[in-house]
Design a protein around this ligand. Structure first.
Ligand code: AMP
Length: 318
């Protein structure tokens, strides 16, 4: 499959790489990593990376290209790290000549002309690295590409802590490290927070809520975000701040955006993606996202998750 993808890439002069909305580290890493890899390998091709705003902490990996609608004529479009078509930013992705999807999500319905989905790979950046390895004789890896890919691996594996970390992803990280990746610098950038965010963290620890079954959660209202002068993206980034509370195996954040409430769900041992799917979302078994519209739906989501814990505990006792 990786050979077939490369053959398609070779056919086109213009390649436009798309990603999902509200990009995270793996999303930007796989997009920029693929862009730099292809740029170094095929200097005469036009390679673009498009998308909505890149969060400040990931801007060291690259910038968006701004391209006209005409650029899509006769172009190859590749989407990375995006399972469902309505999450791809922006809609022009299906106005090219041919469309390839590269993804690693558990719920990943087919919609592209060619698809490569490996739900066992814990970061999409790992897939791009394997694509490079499979075509090593024809592709040129650079420090810039390796840095982007390594960053995505770091963020999507929680710095190699999450379930799903295996020999494959560690091998990818190891290959990338051969290209002079500055591990300390990247970790410093990812770990550095400004004082607004740290003050918000103090607030979070003081105001965390907990359901009957031990789901810790935080609702970031517009009022709270205004008080701490943080954007919804910055508030949402705290989802794993309370991932390590004893006895808690599901945790969640709800963030008020102008148009809806973004739900971020995380868990250990219990798959939560079905609940996410029910509320207009999806994702991975243990890390999913959804969208709700009011407090009543927030309560419903929490009740469904509580139910999962009750069922899980009942099974454990047996
Ligand atoms: P997030 O909490 O936004 O980091 O999302 C966790 C995982 O679920 C990521 O892999 C997302 O790509 C995926 N995800 C988030 N929101 C949605 C959605 N509305 N539909 C499908 N997948 C989603």
């Amino acid at each position: 499959m990786f050979k077939k993808i490369l053959e398609k890439i070779k056919e086109y002069d213009t390649i436009i790489i798309h990603r999902h909305m509200r990009p995270d580290g793996d999303c930007i890493g796989s997009q920029m990593g693929l862009k730099y890899l292809l740029k170094a390998s095929f200097p005469n091709k036009n390679i673009y990376a498009v998308g909505d705003d890149i969060p400040t902490y990931l801007r060291f990996l690259g910038e968006n290209d701004v391209i006209s609608d005409d650029t899509y004529k006769g172009a190859l479009v590749i989407s990375v790290d995006t399972s469902v078509d309505n999450r791809i930013y922006d809609n022009r992705y299906n106005t090219g000549d041919y469309f390839i999807k590269i993804d690693h999500h558990d719920d990943s319905p087919e919609f592209a002309d060619m698809e490569y989905v490996d739900e066992k790979m814990s970061a999409c950046c790992g897939i791009i690295t394997e694509f490079y390895l499979a075509n090593k004789d024809e592709l040129v890896m650079t420090k810039e590409a390796a840095t982007a890919l390594y960053t995505g691996i770091l963020t999507d594996t929680g710095r190699f802590q999450f379930r799903g970390v295996d020999h494959k992803i560690l091998r990818c990280a190891s290959v990338l490290m051969e290209y002079d990746v500055d591990n300390e610098k990247i970790n410093t950038i990812l770990n550095t927070k400004d004082i607004r965010q740290l003050k918000l963290q103090a607030y979070i620890y003081n105001h965390l809520k907990c359901t009957k079954e031990g789901i810790y959660y935080m609702i970031f209202t517009k009022r709270v975000m205004k008080k701490f002068n943080v954007t919804p993206e910055e508030a949402a980034a705290n989802v794993n701040l309370f991932s390590n509370i004893e006895g808690s195996i599901i945790w969640a954040t709800f963030v008020e955006y102008p148009e809806n409430i973004r739900v971020r769900l995380r868990s250990r041992y219990i798959a939560i993606n079905e609940v996410a799917r029910k509320y207009r979302g999806g994702g991975h078994l243990f890390a999913s996202g959804a969208t709700v519209y009011n407090k009543k739906e927030i309560k419903e989501v929490l009740a469904e998750l509580d139910k999962l814990i009750v069922e899980y505990k009942a099974k454990e006792v047996k």
